[in-house]
Design a protein around this ligand. Structure first.
Ligand code: PMP
Length: 505
Protein backbone atom coordinates (compact mmCIF):
# COMPACT_ATOMS: atom_id res chain seq x y z
CA UNK A 1 0.00 0.00 0.00
CA UNK A 2 1.29 3.49 -0.74
CA UNK A 3 2.45 5.27 2.45
CA UNK A 4 0.45 8.49 1.79
CA UNK A 5 -2.76 6.49 1.51
CA UNK A 6 -1.99 4.67 4.75
CA UNK A 7 -1.13 7.92 6.56
CA UNK A 8 -4.37 9.49 5.42
CA UNK A 9 -6.32 6.49 6.60
CA UNK A 10 -4.50 6.59 9.95
CA UNK A 11 -5.41 10.24 10.52
CA UNK A 12 -9.01 9.64 9.51
CA UNK A 13 -9.21 6.75 11.95
CA UNK A 14 -8.06 8.88 14.89
CA UNK A 15 -11.18 7.98 16.89
CA UNK A 16 -10.11 4.33 17.22
CA UNK A 17 -6.64 4.45 18.81
CA UNK A 18 -5.84 0.78 18.30
CA UNK A 19 -6.59 0.89 14.59
CA UNK A 20 -4.77 4.22 14.32
CA UNK A 21 -1.63 2.80 15.94
CA UNK A 22 -1.69 -0.19 13.63
CA UNK A 23 -2.15 1.95 10.53
CA UNK A 24 0.65 4.28 11.63
CA UNK A 25 2.95 1.31 12.10
CA UNK A 26 2.07 0.11 8.60
CA UNK A 27 2.62 3.61 7.23
CA UNK A 28 6.03 3.88 8.86
CA UNK A 29 6.93 0.51 7.45
CA UNK A 30 5.70 1.57 4.02
CA UNK A 31 7.82 4.73 4.26
CA UNK A 32 10.95 2.84 5.22
CA UNK A 33 10.44 0.38 2.39
CA UNK A 34 9.26 2.90 -0.18
CA UNK A 35 12.80 3.15 -1.55
CA UNK A 36 12.64 -0.49 -2.46
CA UNK A 37 11.82 -1.47 -5.99
CA UNK A 38 11.36 -5.10 -5.13
CA UNK A 39 8.49 -5.77 -2.71
CA UNK A 40 8.84 -8.36 0.05
CA UNK A 41 8.15 -11.74 -1.56
CA UNK A 42 4.77 -12.98 -0.38
CA UNK A 43 5.91 -16.60 -0.37
CA UNK A 44 8.45 -15.88 2.33
CA UNK A 45 5.76 -14.48 4.58
CA UNK A 46 4.10 -17.91 4.63
CA UNK A 47 5.34 -20.72 6.84
CA UNK A 48 7.56 -23.32 5.15
CA UNK A 49 5.48 -26.36 4.27
CA UNK A 50 6.81 -29.57 2.77
CA UNK A 51 4.82 -32.67 1.90
CA UNK A 52 5.85 -36.19 2.90
CA UNK A 53 7.10 -38.20 -0.06
CA UNK A 54 8.78 -41.51 -0.51
CA UNK A 55 11.87 -40.75 -2.56
CA UNK A 56 12.50 -43.81 -4.68
CA UNK A 57 14.24 -42.01 -7.51
CA UNK A 58 17.99 -41.99 -8.16
CA UNK A 59 18.52 -39.63 -5.23
CA UNK A 60 18.22 -37.94 -2.91
CA UNK A 61 16.73 -40.60 -0.67
CA UNK A 62 14.70 -39.95 2.47
CA UNK A 63 16.57 -38.81 5.54
CA UNK A 64 15.79 -40.79 8.72
CA UNK A 65 14.86 -38.85 11.89
CA UNK A 66 18.22 -39.52 13.56
CA UNK A 67 20.11 -37.83 10.71
CA UNK A 68 17.56 -35.01 10.48
CA UNK A 69 18.03 -34.40 14.20
CA UNK A 70 21.80 -34.31 13.81
CA UNK A 71 21.50 -31.72 11.03
CA UNK A 72 19.15 -29.64 13.18
CA UNK A 73 21.61 -29.24 16.05
CA UNK A 74 22.71 -25.78 17.14
CA UNK A 75 25.81 -24.48 15.38
CA UNK A 76 29.27 -24.43 16.83
CA UNK A 77 32.27 -22.61 15.42
CA UNK A 78 33.74 -24.56 12.55
CA UNK A 79 37.16 -24.74 14.21
CA UNK A 80 35.82 -25.69 17.64
CA UNK A 81 37.33 -28.93 18.93
CA UNK A 82 33.94 -30.68 18.90
CA UNK A 83 33.51 -29.94 15.20
CA UNK A 84 37.08 -30.98 14.43
CA UNK A 85 36.32 -34.23 16.22
CA UNK A 86 33.22 -34.71 14.06
CA UNK A 87 35.45 -34.18 11.00
CA UNK A 88 37.88 -36.80 12.30
CA UNK A 89 34.98 -39.20 12.80
CA UNK A 90 33.79 -38.50 9.26
CA UNK A 91 37.27 -39.31 7.95
CA UNK A 92 37.29 -42.61 9.84
CA UNK A 93 33.77 -43.37 8.57
CA UNK A 94 34.80 -42.70 4.97
CA UNK A 95 37.90 -44.86 5.37
CA UNK A 96 35.62 -47.67 6.52
CA UNK A 97 33.02 -47.13 3.77
CA UNK A 98 35.75 -46.96 1.11
CA UNK A 99 37.84 -49.71 2.75
CA UNK A 100 40.97 -47.60 2.64
CA UNK A 101 43.73 -46.48 4.93
CA UNK A 102 44.54 -43.40 2.85
CA UNK A 103 45.58 -40.44 4.98
CA UNK A 104 44.14 -38.01 2.44
CA UNK A 105 40.49 -38.82 3.09
CA UNK A 106 37.89 -36.13 3.72
CA UNK A 107 34.52 -34.72 2.66
CA UNK A 108 34.34 -31.78 0.28
CA UNK A 109 31.79 -29.09 1.00
CA UNK A 110 29.51 -29.70 -1.92
CA UNK A 111 27.60 -32.41 -3.74
CA UNK A 112 28.86 -35.29 -5.87
CA UNK A 113 29.68 -32.95 -8.74
CA UNK A 114 31.91 -30.97 -6.40
CA UNK A 115 33.85 -34.13 -5.55
CA UNK A 116 34.06 -34.99 -9.26
CA UNK A 117 35.50 -31.57 -10.02
CA UNK A 118 37.82 -31.76 -7.01
CA UNK A 119 39.19 -35.10 -8.21
CA UNK A 120 39.72 -33.98 -11.79
CA UNK A 121 41.07 -30.51 -11.19
CA UNK A 122 43.58 -31.68 -8.59
CA UNK A 123 44.81 -34.59 -10.70
CA UNK A 124 44.89 -32.98 -14.12
CA UNK A 125 46.97 -30.18 -15.54
CA UNK A 126 46.64 -28.46 -18.88
CA UNK A 127 47.67 -30.90 -21.62
CA UNK A 128 47.45 -34.06 -19.46
CA UNK A 129 45.85 -37.04 -21.15
CA UNK A 130 42.78 -38.54 -19.55
CA UNK A 131 40.81 -41.58 -20.66
CA UNK A 132 37.12 -41.39 -19.80
CA UNK A 133 34.96 -44.50 -19.87
CA UNK A 134 31.54 -43.37 -21.08
CA UNK A 135 28.52 -45.64 -20.79
CA UNK A 136 26.11 -43.05 -19.41
CA UNK A 137 25.91 -39.46 -18.26
CA UNK A 138 28.67 -39.49 -15.65
CA UNK A 139 31.42 -40.26 -18.11
CA UNK A 140 30.02 -37.52 -20.33
CA UNK A 141 30.15 -35.08 -17.44
CA UNK A 142 33.68 -36.08 -16.44
CA UNK A 143 34.85 -35.59 -20.03
CA UNK A 144 33.21 -32.16 -20.07
CA UNK A 145 34.93 -31.14 -16.83
CA UNK A 146 38.31 -32.48 -18.00
CA UNK A 147 38.02 -30.52 -21.28
CA UNK A 148 37.32 -27.34 -19.33
CA UNK A 149 40.58 -28.00 -17.48
CA UNK A 150 42.45 -28.13 -20.77
CA UNK A 151 43.13 -31.85 -20.58
CA UNK A 152 43.51 -34.01 -23.63
CA UNK A 153 40.36 -36.14 -23.36
CA UNK A 154 40.03 -39.60 -24.93
CA UNK A 155 36.65 -41.26 -24.77
CA UNK A 156 36.12 -44.99 -24.40
CA UNK A 157 32.54 -45.66 -25.38
CA UNK A 158 29.97 -48.35 -24.53
CA UNK A 159 26.25 -48.35 -25.17
CA UNK A 160 24.07 -47.34 -22.23
CA UNK A 161 23.26 -50.49 -20.27
CA UNK A 162 26.64 -52.08 -20.90
CA UNK A 163 29.84 -52.14 -18.86
CA UNK A 164 33.56 -52.19 -19.67
CA UNK A 165 35.65 -55.35 -19.53
CA UNK A 166 39.30 -55.32 -18.44
CA UNK A 167 40.18 -55.94 -22.11
CA UNK A 168 38.30 -52.80 -23.21
CA UNK A 169 40.20 -50.84 -20.60
CA UNK A 170 43.58 -52.32 -21.41
CA UNK A 171 43.14 -51.54 -25.09
CA UNK A 172 42.26 -47.93 -24.25
CA UNK A 173 45.22 -47.58 -21.90
CA UNK A 174 47.63 -48.99 -24.46
CA UNK A 175 46.28 -46.79 -27.26
CA UNK A 176 45.96 -43.45 -25.49
CA UNK A 177 48.56 -43.68 -22.71
CA UNK A 178 46.52 -41.50 -20.33
CA UNK A 179 47.71 -40.33 -16.94
CA UNK A 180 44.21 -40.81 -15.47
CA UNK A 181 41.33 -43.18 -16.21
CA UNK A 182 37.84 -42.11 -15.11
CA UNK A 183 35.16 -44.76 -14.67
CA UNK A 184 31.78 -44.89 -12.93
CA UNK A 185 31.11 -47.71 -10.48
CA UNK A 186 27.35 -47.15 -10.25
CA UNK A 187 26.05 -45.59 -13.48
CA UNK A 188 22.85 -44.11 -12.10
CA UNK A 189 21.62 -42.99 -15.53
CA UNK A 190 21.54 -46.54 -16.86
CA UNK A 191 21.51 -48.76 -13.76
CA UNK A 192 24.81 -50.47 -14.53
CA UNK A 193 27.25 -51.71 -11.89
CA UNK A 194 30.77 -51.56 -13.33
CA UNK A 195 33.02 -54.45 -12.23
CA UNK A 196 36.28 -52.98 -10.93
CA UNK A 197 38.37 -56.13 -10.63
CA UNK A 198 41.82 -55.81 -12.24
CA UNK A 199 41.29 -52.21 -13.39
CA UNK A 200 43.64 -50.68 -10.80
CA UNK A 201 46.36 -53.17 -11.54
CA UNK A 202 45.98 -52.55 -15.29
CA UNK A 203 46.10 -48.80 -14.86
CA UNK A 204 49.22 -48.95 -12.75
CA UNK A 205 50.93 -51.25 -15.22
CA UNK A 206 50.31 -48.53 -17.83
CA UNK A 207 51.48 -45.67 -15.59
CA UNK A 208 47.95 -44.35 -15.13
CA UNK A 209 45.85 -43.46 -12.08
CA UNK A 210 42.39 -44.95 -11.54
CA UNK A 211 39.63 -42.47 -10.65
CA UNK A 212 36.25 -43.97 -9.69
CA UNK A 213 32.84 -42.34 -9.19
CA UNK A 214 30.90 -44.20 -6.51
CA UNK A 215 28.24 -41.56 -5.82
CA UNK A 216 25.37 -43.94 -6.52
CA UNK A 217 26.92 -47.18 -5.35
CA UNK A 218 28.80 -46.53 -2.08
CA UNK A 219 27.34 -48.65 0.72
CA UNK A 220 25.07 -50.45 -1.74
CA UNK A 221 27.61 -52.53 -3.63
CA UNK A 222 31.03 -53.84 -2.59
CA UNK A 223 34.01 -51.61 -3.29
CA UNK A 224 37.49 -51.99 -1.80
CA UNK A 225 39.58 -48.93 -2.52
CA UNK A 226 42.94 -50.28 -1.34
CA UNK A 227 42.58 -53.86 -2.53
CA UNK A 228 41.26 -52.75 -5.91
CA UNK A 229 44.09 -50.22 -6.22
CA UNK A 230 41.77 -47.28 -6.78
CA UNK A 231 43.67 -43.99 -6.66
CA UNK A 232 40.83 -41.54 -6.24
CA UNK A 233 37.36 -42.48 -5.07
CA UNK A 234 34.47 -40.15 -4.32
CA UNK A 235 30.82 -40.39 -3.41
CA UNK A 236 27.89 -38.29 -2.21
CA UNK A 237 25.91 -37.92 1.00
CA UNK A 238 22.34 -38.15 -0.27
CA UNK A 239 22.10 -41.67 -1.60
CA UNK A 240 22.86 -44.74 0.55
CA UNK A 241 24.19 -42.55 3.37
CA UNK A 242 20.74 -40.94 3.67
CA UNK A 243 22.09 -37.52 4.62
CA UNK A 244 21.00 -34.32 2.88
CA UNK A 245 23.03 -33.35 -0.20
CA UNK A 246 25.94 -31.00 0.45
CA UNK A 247 28.98 -32.99 1.54
CA UNK A 248 30.88 -35.51 -0.55
CA UNK A 249 33.38 -38.13 0.66
CA UNK A 250 36.63 -38.36 -1.29
CA UNK A 251 39.96 -40.15 -0.83
CA UNK A 252 43.35 -40.09 -2.59
CA UNK A 253 45.96 -42.86 -2.67
CA UNK A 254 49.67 -42.20 -2.13
CA UNK A 255 50.18 -42.44 -5.91
CA UNK A 256 47.54 -39.78 -6.47
CA UNK A 257 49.07 -37.62 -3.73
CA UNK A 258 52.47 -37.86 -5.40
CA UNK A 259 51.03 -36.78 -8.74
CA UNK A 260 49.42 -33.78 -7.06
CA UNK A 261 52.65 -32.90 -5.27
CA UNK A 262 54.49 -32.88 -8.61
CA UNK A 263 52.11 -30.40 -10.23
CA UNK A 264 53.78 -27.61 -12.16
CA UNK A 265 50.80 -25.33 -11.74
CA UNK A 266 48.41 -24.66 -8.87
CA UNK A 267 45.00 -26.34 -9.09
CA UNK A 268 42.68 -23.87 -10.83
CA UNK A 269 40.29 -23.72 -7.86
CA UNK A 270 41.15 -22.32 -4.45
CA UNK A 271 38.02 -23.78 -2.86
CA UNK A 272 38.81 -27.30 -4.03
CA UNK A 273 42.61 -27.18 -3.76
CA UNK A 274 43.44 -30.49 -2.10
CA UNK A 275 46.53 -29.03 -0.44
CA UNK A 276 44.36 -26.59 1.46
CA UNK A 277 41.63 -29.15 2.12
CA UNK A 278 44.16 -31.72 3.37
CA UNK A 279 45.32 -29.20 5.95
CA UNK A 280 41.78 -28.15 6.90
CA UNK A 281 40.87 -31.79 7.47
CA UNK A 282 44.01 -32.52 9.50
CA UNK A 283 45.45 -34.89 6.87
CA UNK A 284 48.92 -33.30 6.60
CA UNK A 285 50.07 -33.34 10.22
CA UNK A 286 50.26 -29.51 10.26
CA UNK A 287 48.16 -27.24 12.50
CA UNK A 288 44.78 -26.71 10.86
CA UNK A 289 44.28 -23.35 9.19
CA UNK A 290 41.05 -21.65 8.18
CA UNK A 291 40.23 -22.40 4.57
CA UNK A 292 36.47 -21.97 4.32
CA UNK A 293 33.56 -22.11 6.73
CA UNK A 294 32.53 -25.72 6.58
CA UNK A 295 28.83 -26.54 6.20
CA UNK A 296 28.87 -27.68 9.81
CA UNK A 297 25.35 -29.04 9.99
CA UNK A 298 25.87 -30.98 6.76
CA UNK A 299 28.89 -32.53 8.45
CA UNK A 300 26.78 -33.44 11.50
CA UNK A 301 24.32 -35.18 9.15
CA UNK A 302 27.05 -36.93 7.19
CA UNK A 303 28.62 -38.11 10.45
CA UNK A 304 25.33 -39.70 11.48
CA UNK A 305 24.82 -41.26 8.03
CA UNK A 306 28.25 -42.83 8.27
CA UNK A 307 27.59 -43.87 11.87
CA UNK A 308 24.43 -45.70 10.78
CA UNK A 309 26.38 -47.48 8.05
CA UNK A 310 29.09 -48.45 10.55
CA UNK A 311 26.45 -49.76 12.98
CA UNK A 312 24.71 -51.81 10.28
CA UNK A 313 28.03 -53.01 8.86
CA UNK A 314 29.10 -52.72 5.23
CA UNK A 315 28.46 -56.36 4.42
CA UNK A 316 24.92 -56.24 5.84
CA UNK A 317 24.29 -53.05 3.89
CA UNK A 318 25.49 -54.63 0.64
CA UNK A 319 23.33 -57.70 1.32
CA UNK A 320 20.28 -55.58 2.13
CA UNK A 321 20.60 -53.68 -1.17
CA UNK A 322 21.19 -56.88 -3.11
CA UNK A 323 18.16 -58.66 -1.61
CA UNK A 324 15.74 -55.76 -2.10
CA UNK A 325 16.98 -55.12 -5.63
CA UNK A 326 16.42 -58.79 -6.45
CA UNK A 327 12.89 -58.60 -5.04
CA UNK A 328 12.23 -55.45 -7.07
CA UNK A 329 13.56 -56.96 -10.30
CA UNK A 330 11.40 -60.06 -9.78
CA UNK A 331 8.34 -57.88 -9.16
CA UNK A 332 8.98 -55.78 -12.26
CA UNK A 333 9.42 -58.94 -14.29
CA UNK A 334 6.12 -60.25 -12.88
CA UNK A 335 4.41 -57.03 -13.98
CA UNK A 336 5.55 -57.87 -17.49
CA UNK A 337 8.14 -55.10 -17.55
CA UNK A 338 11.55 -55.43 -19.13
CA UNK A 339 14.70 -54.68 -17.15
CA UNK A 340 17.11 -52.41 -19.01
CA UNK A 341 20.31 -54.12 -17.85
CA UNK A 342 20.26 -57.63 -19.21
CA UNK A 343 22.95 -59.32 -17.11
CA UNK A 344 21.88 -59.76 -13.53
CA UNK A 345 25.40 -59.33 -12.17
CA UNK A 346 25.71 -55.97 -13.95
CA UNK A 347 22.63 -54.50 -12.25
CA UNK A 348 23.27 -51.69 -9.80
CA UNK A 349 21.66 -52.77 -6.49
CA UNK A 350 20.79 -49.19 -5.55
CA UNK A 351 19.08 -48.01 -8.76
CA UNK A 352 17.10 -50.27 -11.05
CA UNK A 353 16.30 -49.28 -14.60
CA UNK A 354 13.29 -50.68 -16.40
CA UNK A 355 12.31 -49.97 -19.99
CA UNK A 356 9.40 -47.59 -20.46
CA UNK A 357 6.65 -49.98 -21.56
CA UNK A 358 5.52 -49.53 -25.12
CA UNK A 359 2.50 -47.27 -25.49
CA UNK A 360 3.25 -45.35 -22.30
CA UNK A 361 4.84 -41.97 -21.70
CA UNK A 362 7.39 -42.09 -18.87
CA UNK A 363 6.30 -38.68 -17.67
CA UNK A 364 2.73 -39.90 -17.24
CA UNK A 365 3.95 -42.79 -15.11
CA UNK A 366 6.24 -40.75 -12.85
CA UNK A 367 3.53 -38.10 -12.49
CA UNK A 368 0.93 -40.72 -11.63
CA UNK A 369 3.08 -42.19 -8.88
CA UNK A 370 3.78 -38.76 -7.49
CA UNK A 371 0.20 -37.52 -7.60
CA UNK A 372 -1.55 -40.68 -6.49
CA UNK A 373 0.97 -42.46 -4.30
CA UNK A 374 3.35 -39.70 -3.13
CA UNK A 375 6.22 -41.76 -4.50
CA UNK A 376 9.05 -40.34 -6.58
CA UNK A 377 10.57 -42.47 -9.27
CA UNK A 378 12.40 -40.91 -12.22
CA UNK A 379 12.71 -41.12 -15.95
CA UNK A 380 16.04 -41.57 -17.70
CA UNK A 381 18.95 -39.16 -17.74
CA UNK A 382 21.24 -38.20 -20.58
CA UNK A 383 21.47 -41.16 -22.95
CA UNK A 384 18.65 -43.01 -21.20
CA UNK A 385 16.07 -40.21 -21.41
CA UNK A 386 12.76 -41.53 -22.74
CA UNK A 387 14.01 -45.11 -22.57
CA UNK A 388 13.86 -46.03 -18.91
CA UNK A 389 12.25 -45.50 -15.56
CA UNK A 390 14.65 -45.44 -12.64
CA UNK A 391 13.75 -46.78 -9.22
CA UNK A 392 16.13 -46.16 -6.35
CA UNK A 393 16.26 -48.17 -3.13
CA UNK A 394 19.02 -46.60 -1.11
CA UNK A 395 20.01 -46.85 2.54
CA UNK A 396 16.97 -46.77 4.79
CA UNK A 397 14.73 -46.67 1.71
CA UNK A 398 15.96 -50.09 0.67
CA UNK A 399 13.28 -52.20 2.35
CA UNK A 400 11.04 -55.03 1.27
CA UNK A 401 8.03 -52.90 2.24
CA UNK A 402 9.11 -50.12 -0.11
CA UNK A 403 9.57 -52.64 -2.91
CA UNK A 404 5.96 -53.78 -2.40
CA UNK A 405 4.77 -50.19 -2.28
CA UNK A 406 6.43 -49.09 -5.49
CA UNK A 407 5.35 -52.25 -7.32
CA UNK A 408 1.72 -51.72 -6.26
CA UNK A 409 1.92 -48.09 -7.33
CA UNK A 410 3.41 -49.03 -10.70
CA UNK A 411 0.75 -51.66 -11.26
CA UNK A 412 -1.89 -49.05 -10.48
CA UNK A 413 -0.25 -46.58 -12.89
CA UNK A 414 -0.06 -49.09 -15.72
CA UNK A 415 -3.72 -50.01 -15.25
CA UNK A 416 -5.02 -46.48 -14.92
CA UNK A 417 -2.91 -45.01 -17.68
CA UNK A 418 -3.84 -47.78 -20.06
CA UNK A 419 -7.43 -46.65 -19.46
CA UNK A 420 -8.82 -50.15 -19.61
CA UNK A 421 -10.51 -52.56 -17.29
CA UNK A 422 -8.67 -55.71 -18.35
CA UNK A 423 -6.26 -57.12 -15.75
CA UNK A 424 -2.53 -56.95 -16.20
CA UNK A 425 -0.71 -59.99 -17.55
CA UNK A 426 -0.79 -62.84 -15.02
CA UNK A 427 1.94 -62.92 -12.38
CA UNK A 428 5.14 -64.38 -13.79
CA UNK A 429 4.02 -63.76 -17.35
CA UNK A 430 7.59 -63.56 -18.52
CA UNK A 431 9.61 -60.74 -19.99
CA UNK A 432 7.11 -59.75 -22.63
CA UNK A 433 6.88 -55.96 -22.82
CA UNK A 434 3.51 -54.48 -21.99
CA UNK A 435 1.82 -53.08 -25.03
CA UNK A 436 -1.17 -51.26 -23.64
CA UNK A 437 -2.40 -48.52 -25.94
CA UNK A 438 -1.83 -45.15 -24.36
CA UNK A 439 -5.17 -43.81 -23.33
CA UNK A 440 -6.83 -40.47 -23.78
CA UNK A 441 -8.00 -40.81 -20.21
CA UNK A 442 -4.76 -39.33 -18.95
CA UNK A 443 -5.81 -35.73 -19.06
CA UNK A 444 -6.60 -34.25 -15.70
CA UNK A 445 -3.98 -36.29 -13.93
CA UNK A 446 -1.13 -34.13 -15.06
CA UNK A 447 -0.63 -31.85 -12.17
CA UNK A 448 2.88 -33.10 -11.38
CA UNK A 449 3.92 -33.47 -14.98
CA UNK A 450 2.65 -30.05 -15.89
CA UNK A 451 4.90 -28.62 -13.19
CA UNK A 452 7.82 -29.80 -15.26
CA UNK A 453 8.81 -32.67 -13.01
CA UNK A 454 11.20 -35.16 -14.42
CA UNK A 455 13.81 -35.78 -11.76
CA UNK A 456 17.15 -35.94 -13.49
CA UNK A 457 15.40 -36.97 -16.64
CA UNK A 458 14.25 -33.72 -18.18
CA UNK A 459 15.13 -33.52 -21.81
CA UNK A 460 15.60 -30.42 -23.89
CA UNK A 461 12.49 -31.46 -25.76
CA UNK A 462 10.59 -31.39 -22.51
CA UNK A 463 9.70 -27.75 -22.18
CA UNK A 464 7.18 -28.42 -19.46
CA UNK A 465 7.83 -25.10 -17.74
CA UNK A 466 6.70 -23.12 -20.72
CA UNK A 467 9.88 -21.07 -20.77
CA UNK A 468 11.66 -20.14 -23.95
CA UNK A 469 14.93 -22.06 -24.35
CA UNK A 470 17.82 -19.69 -24.62
CA UNK A 471 21.06 -21.59 -24.51
CA UNK A 472 21.54 -25.29 -25.04
CA UNK A 473 24.19 -26.73 -22.78
CA UNK A 474 27.17 -27.92 -24.78
CA UNK A 475 27.95 -31.64 -24.48
CA UNK A 476 24.95 -32.20 -22.24
CA UNK A 477 23.16 -34.29 -24.85
CA UNK A 478 19.47 -34.11 -24.35
CA UNK A 479 19.77 -33.49 -20.68
CA UNK A 480 18.76 -29.95 -20.06
CA UNK A 481 18.10 -26.59 -21.53
CA UNK A 482 18.83 -23.31 -19.84
CA UNK A 483 16.30 -20.56 -19.67
CA UNK A 484 17.00 -16.94 -18.94
CA UNK A 485 15.66 -15.39 -15.78
CA UNK A 486 14.41 -12.73 -15.52
CA UNK A 487 12.70 -13.06 -18.92
CA UNK A 488 14.47 -11.41 -21.83
CA UNK A 489 12.28 -8.31 -21.47
CA UNK A 490 14.35 -7.46 -18.39
CA UNK A 491 16.19 -4.16 -18.88
CA UNK A 492 19.36 -5.42 -17.17
CA UNK A 493 20.66 -8.48 -18.95
CA UNK A 494 23.94 -8.04 -17.11
CA UNK A 495 22.21 -9.19 -13.96
CA UNK A 496 20.75 -12.30 -15.51
CA UNK A 497 20.90 -15.44 -13.47
CA UNK A 498 20.89 -18.71 -15.30
CA UNK A 499 18.62 -21.39 -14.12
CA UNK A 500 18.09 -24.89 -15.43
CA UNK A 501 14.49 -25.27 -16.38
CA UNK A 502 14.05 -28.54 -14.64
CA UNK A 503 15.04 -30.13 -11.39
CA UNK A 504 18.39 -31.86 -11.45
CA UNK A 505 19.78 -34.19 -8.85
N1 PMP B 1 27.83 -39.42 -10.10
C1 PMP B 1 26.79 -40.25 -10.02
C2 PMP B 1 27.01 -41.69 -10.36
C3 PMP B 1 25.54 -39.81 -9.61
O1 PMP B 1 24.53 -40.65 -9.54
C4 PMP B 1 25.39 -38.45 -9.27
C5 PMP B 1 24.05 -37.89 -8.80
N2 PMP B 1 22.96 -38.43 -9.35
C6 PMP B 1 26.49 -37.60 -9.37
C7 PMP B 1 27.70 -38.11 -9.79
C8 PMP B 1 26.39 -36.14 -9.08
O2 PMP B 1 26.09 -35.94 -7.75
P1 PMP B 1 25.33 -34.63 -7.24
O3 PMP B 1 24.01 -34.59 -7.89
O4 PMP B 1 25.27 -34.88 -5.76
O5 PMP B 1 26.17 -33.47 -7.59
Amino acid sequence: MHCAVVLGAARAASTTPLLRARLLRTARHAMTTSMLHVPPPQGLLQPLAMPERLLLGPGPSNVPPRILAAGGRQLLGHMHPEVLQVMDEIKAGIQYAFQTQNRLTLAVSGTGHCAMEAALLNLLEHGDSVLVAINGIWGQRAADIARRLGANVHELMKSPGEYFTPWDIEEGLARHKPSVLFITHGESSTGVLQPLERLGELCHRHGCLLLVDAVASLGGAPIFMDQQEIDVLYSGSQKVLNAPPGSAPISFSERAREKMLKRKTKPPSFYLDMGWLANYWGCDGEPRRYHHTAPINSFFSLREGLAMLVELGLESSWERHRANCTQLCQGLHDLGLELFVKEEKARLPTITTVRVPEGYDWKEITAFLMDNHAIEIAGGLGPSVGKVLRIGLMGCNSTSGNVDRVLRALQDALRQLAGREAPLPPQGAGRKTLQHPASQARAGRRSWKSRGHGGEGCSSADMGCGSKPLLPVPHAGSLLTLVAWPPSSSPSPGLRAWQPHCKLT
